[in-house]
Design a binder for this molecule. Structure first.
Ligand code: RUQ
Ligand code: CUA
Length: 679
């Protein structure tokens, strides 16, 4: 028989497809030896019909086959993407690009019961003070915990640029365990990035502030305002940051931007870039140039090089000062002890990314079509031999640019961030070109037969790509294979959802070399503006399917002594004067079902889910009191509130958990007190 070529959309590339090659065969086989797919002529014409009606070409069919993940099959990689100003983290499977979960971090989220009667302590820890609650965040840079420079799948950290905060997420239950407010500044950006064994989580500042969150007139900017880089000490056994062992590095009031920790060859160093080495602070109202112009006058800004192992020793030796209760190493100490050096970098730089071998640091220049590649060996040598060209206004030694530079590669317009693969390639996002540039690395990572530091090709992005992520692409052992371009604009890619459009995550196949980088899938992100992401091999994650024991408190990661077990259910007024409700939950029943308190009582609900079946989650909401909890199998939750409103308030389960889910309810009644009844 003869194949009828697709009528609407066949491109010449159709001929490339194996199926079409065997034009006169009745059975056509598609390569993979271990999973031989055979299409009968009937199936092939069915496929052609579907393609024709849906307007798909052969490349589309191949992309679909590379990403389509049949029901029940699990993705090879998991991506943790920052949720931007949604304040959350998105969990996305690769290559299917299915969104698996949102992790509530800085913003209350009712489905997870985060911030609606539970998780309050975590959120509170991140408040400015009692009167200044913060209930959102601008998440930028998630960082997976590392062992020897590679992801270990245990913890996840992320910063809040808007309020200079950092959060710790435990990947056993994907829940936020800790939020800390930086005590010395109000905004950050390069947060978080981990040192190779997660000894510290790095939080680089952004907009300079008088340290300690105090006031100083703006005219005193150069004198009173400072930048910073904070090293949060991570206690892996506890799964928490230890604030008492954490410290900050004082920096000049340039706007520090992104940071990365050295590894292998550069272990012990931290690299950070900065813009606004002009120390501009705006004041267009007073006839000065606008900030964006004033901050872009000089040709060079400064790459910061911090020796964190030396800094740690100085802190241990008591050389830090205390600002707002937090240890800070001041600039003069850093200079005297040789902890901090600058290297010129082309103006208005953005990303700073250490190569997998730790031998090079790649810095992009937003206003320069090059990436500048510094050799970490040359940097160490310049420090050791004192190749100091000048000092900045604050006396910080500036190393000679040429002595530290390895090479510059012209990648295109608006370079921002760089990731790596297992084939000796680097990938740099180009914001203005709306593309990702693939170029070859030099040194030990240069692959035989390729010219180092050479552009291989570009993958077009739709549109305005900011960050990008490749599989384990910022570690000592990248996988390559997949890349996601994280595009700020989507313009014409999706249904127009009013004037506010989703962002566009584009999955790119980077498994082949040269200039081959086909886009496989577009995933609209309709929540906040994502920034960075990390993509980890799925089998490195070992999440719990249910909590390990009944009565488990996710905030203490232990069985809670207060967790009620069957037989303990009761409503009692305890010595603290509060009414305690001890409740157990199991399909499809709350015990007790009727609860009555007096108006004005403080009520504490202790709830244990007795469930042991995977995915048997119950919700618990109380009408009128802004409460909704989520109780995963085995979980214990506690919520406390004042019964200030008299009346009858049904409570019910918010998860469709069983055939009798609608019957899973009860009444919470608040009896009016004398005075209230009279009103
Ligand atoms: S940074 S787009 Cu988004 Cu925090 Cu470079
Ligand atoms: Cu439990 Cu619905």
């Amino acid at each position: 028989m003869r194949w009828n070529l697709l009528s609407t959309c066949v491109r010449s590339s159709f001929g490339k497809l194996a199926l079409a090659a065997a034009v006169s065969a009745t059975l056509v086989s598609v390569a993979p030896a271990q999973n031989k797919v055979e299409l009968s002529s009937g199936q092939l014409s069915e496929l052609q019909k579907v393609a024709a009606t849906r307007g798909l070409n052969v490349d589309d069919l191949i992309a679909a086959a590379k990403t389509y993940t049949p029901s029940g099959k699990i993705d090879e990689y998991i991506t943790f993407a920052s949720g931007g100003h949604s304040g959350q983290i998105f969990v996305i499977g690769v290559p299917s690009m299915r969104q698996l979960r949102t992790i509530a971090v800085f913003t209350p989220e009712p489905w997870q019961g985060f911030g609606y009667g539970s998780g309050e302590d975590v959120l509170k820890e991140g408040d400015l003070d009692e009167n200044h609650k913060i209930r959102w965040g601008d998440t930028h840079h998630p960082a997976l915990s590392e062992t020897d420079g590679s992801y270990d799948g245990q913890f996840l950290f992320i910063g809040d640029k808007a309020n200079a905060r950092i959060a710790v997420i435990d990947l056993r239950d994907f829940e936020t365990k800790q939020i800390l407010k930086n005590p010395i500044t109000m905004s950050d950006h390069g947060c978080g990035f981990v040192t190779p064994n997660s000894e510290y989580v790095i939080e680089g500042g952004q907009y300079a502030n008088p340290l300690g969150n105090t006031y100083a007139p703006i005219e005193e900017y150069k004198k009173a305002y400072r930048g910073m880089c904070t090293l949060w000490k991570f206690d892996r056994a506890k799964g928490r940051i230890d604030k008492s062992k954490s410290f900050a590095i004082e920096l000049p009031p340039y706007h520090q931007d992104l940071f990365d920790a050295g590894k292998l060859a550069s272990d012990g160093l931290i690299f950070g870039n900065s813009f606004n080495s002009e120390a501009a602070y705006g004041a267009i109202e007073r006839g000065m140039p606008p900030l964006e112009a004033a901050a872009s006058q000089k040709d060079m800004d400064y790459l910061h090089v911090i020796d964190w192992k030396k800094a740690e020793k100085l802190v241990e030796a008591g050389k830090a000062e205390t600002i707002n209760g937090f240890k800070v190493l001041k600039i003069d100490t850093l200079i005297k002890e040789g902890v901090l050096y600058f290297i010129p970098e082309p103006k208005s730089p953005h990303g700073v990314d250490v190569t997998p071998d730790g031998e090079y640091v790649v810095v992009s220049g937003k206003l320069d079509p090059h990436v500048t590649i510094y050799s970490t060996a040359k940097i160490r040598d310049a420090i050791a031999t004192g190749k100091i060209k000048s000092h900045d206004e604050y006396g910080i030694p500036v190393l000679d640019f040429d002595a530290c530079k390895e090479v510059q590669v012209e990648v295109g317009l608006g370079p921002l961030h760089t990731q790596f693969d297992d084939k000796g390639y680097a990938y740099t996002s180009l914001f203005l070109d709306s593309a990702i540039c693939r170029w070859t690395l030099g040194g030990k990572l240069a692959k035989h037969g390729q010219k180092p530091w050479t552009v291989m090709g570009k993958a077009p992005m739709q549109y305005n790509v900011g960050h990008l992520v490749t599989a384990e692409g910022d570690t000592a052992s990248p996988d390559g294979k997949y890349m996601i371009g994280m595009n700020k604009w989507s313009v014409d890619r999706f249904f127009q959802t009013g004037p506010l459009l989703p962002q566009n995550f584009q999955l790119v196949d980077i498994s082949e070399g040269g200039d081959k980088m086909p886009v496989l899938y577009d995933l609209p992100i309709g929540n906040g503006e994502p920034h960075y992401a990390q993509m980890i091999k799925a089998d490195k994650l070992k999440p719990w399917d249910i909590y390990p024991e009944i009565g488990f408190n996710p905030h203490t990661m232990a069985v809670d002594p207060k967790a009620p077990m069957p037989g303990d259910e009761k409503v009692v007024r305890e010595a603290d004067g509060k009414v305690h409700v001890y409740m157990t939950i199991v399909r499809s029943h709350f015990t007790p079902e009727n609860i009555e308190v007096n108006e004005g009582d403080t009520v504490v609900f202790h709830l244990t889910s007795m469930e042991q079946a995977v995915d048997a989650t119950h919700g618990f909401c109380i009408a009128g009191y802004n409460i909704n909890l989520s109780l995963e199998p085995g979980e214990y939750a506690v919520t406390e509130f004042k019964a200030t409103k008299a009346g009858t308030f049904p409570f019910y389960c918010t998860e469709f958990c069983s055939a009798l889910h609608l019957e899973m309810m009860g009444y919470f009644q608040v009896k009016p007190t004398q005075g209230a009844a009279a009103k």
